[in-house]
Ligand binder design. Structure first.
Ligand code: P6P
Length: 362
């Protein structure tokens, strides 16, 4: 899928996408989508870094609660608008679904209101659908703990936007696609550096933002997650509520009695993008499994677990609910949650070994 230039470190993301489009004309529209995500990421990185200086910390004065039942932070709303607007004006998007939006947004709706007279009678939607969490881990942002943006790109399942049909249904239908249908996915980590890791389905590639030149530069070509790690990453406060296979699995890791006979260490920052990034580079396992309080765990399938599962699998890792592959799950709701354990293939297989000893009903 890529020309050989794409494996040279130092290549910028825009050059990477130009070369990819030249080598794969059918992906040419992704070039402008990634350009818009790149621009939005630079804006969000700046907003996050300067939030304590610009009064953008804390919650909305309105006390607004989003569809997740979480009080919205100022940066949740601002970053959602930044990413939504960046994507919408590529002219490549049909529908956007966001953690911060109750329902999927038909891209043309707002444009139509704004440019009523200029909108052609026959609207044709863009070719793609974007799902995203604009600022995952935002509860950490006031404390300076890493946060991130997670995104996934699907092909729009409708070519034409039927002006008469109830667009919300067509939006939902084209948004509710399984991870296997992802054309691209990625995350942007706002931390000691700003990293953009992405996949187009032919390997996972990592770029680092260089403020001196204002570009994301390829620093991690062809990411390969170690086959096994020595780190586990989960919220252990939920341990009493895990099912037995999971308790046995983590008991083995923390006491050194697991398959590798190695005592693992625990690293968890409560921000999925940072925890997944470390897992990708160092190996081991990250997860938010189901527990007695959260039957489906906490992470959302569409714009958190599936896009991350795509990246991890493309880096040679694995991503499971404990009962099945995350990429196989057909979503039934935009904001549905799913148990999610992902990381090094040998670590994930060891976890699955514990579940295979029990019947699915348990
Ligand atoms: P807990 C952030 O709110 C998030 O969605 C993920 O980024 C993170 O992995 C998880 O929730 C943390 O949840 O319950 O451990 O604080």
């Amino acid at each position: 899928i890529f020309s050989d230039v794409c494996s040279e470190t130092g290549v910028t993301l825009s050059r990477f996408m130009i070369e990819t489009a030249l080598a794969n004309p059918e992906l040419s529209e992704l070039e402008s989508i990634f350009s818009s995500i790149e621009t939005a990421s630079k804006t969000i990185s700046n907003l996050v870094r300067r939030s304590s200086l610009t009064g953008l910390t804390g919650y909305l004065d309105s006390g607004n609660i989003n569809i997740q039942g979480e009080e919205q932070k100022k940066l949740d709303v601002i970053t959602n608008d930044v990413l939504k607007n960046a994507l919408r004006y590529t002219g490549r998007m049909g529908v956007l679904a966001s953690e911060e939006e109750d329902a999927p947004v038909e891209v043309d709706d707002d444009i139509e209101e704004k440019y009523q007279k200029e909108v052609l009678v026959e609207k044709t939607r863009g070719k793609y659908v974007a799902v995203f969490d604009p600022l995952d881990g935002s509860s950490n942002v006031d404390a300076g703990i890493p946060t991130g943006t997670i995104f996934g790109i699907f092909e729009d399942k409708q070519d034409e936007c039927d002006l008469t049909a109830d667009d919300l249904d067509t939006c939902l239908e084209t948004t509710l696609q399984p991870g296997n249908s992802l054309v691209a996915s990625g995350y942007v980590l706002y931390s000691s550096a700003t990293h953009l890791f992405m996949t187009l389905g032919a390997g996972t590639y990592g770029f680092t933002y260089d403020e001196h030149i204002g570009e994301f530069v390829l620093t991690h070509p062809c990411v390969e997650i170690p086959k096994r790690g020595k780190i586990y990453s989960c919220n252990e406060a939920n341990r009493p509520y895990w099912d037995k296979p999971l308790q046995d699995y983590f008991e083995g890791l923390s006491t050194g009695t697991g398959e590798s006979k190695t005592q693992y260490t625990s690293r968890y920052i409560g921000s999925m993008v940072g925890d997944v990034h470390r897992t990708l580079l160092y190996g081991g396992v990250f997860g938010y499994p189901a527990d007695a309080k959260n039957k489906n765990g906490k992470l959302r399938l569409l714009y958190e677990a599936a896009p991350m599962a795509f990246l991890v699998e493309q880096a040679g890792g694995a991503a499971t609910t404990g009962r099945g592959r995350i990429m196989d799950i057909e979503p039934t709701n935009v904001h549905q949650r799913v148990p999610c354990m992902l990381g090094s293939v040998d670590d994930v297989n060891e976890l699955l070994g514990h579940y295979s000893k029990t019947s699915p009903a348990e």
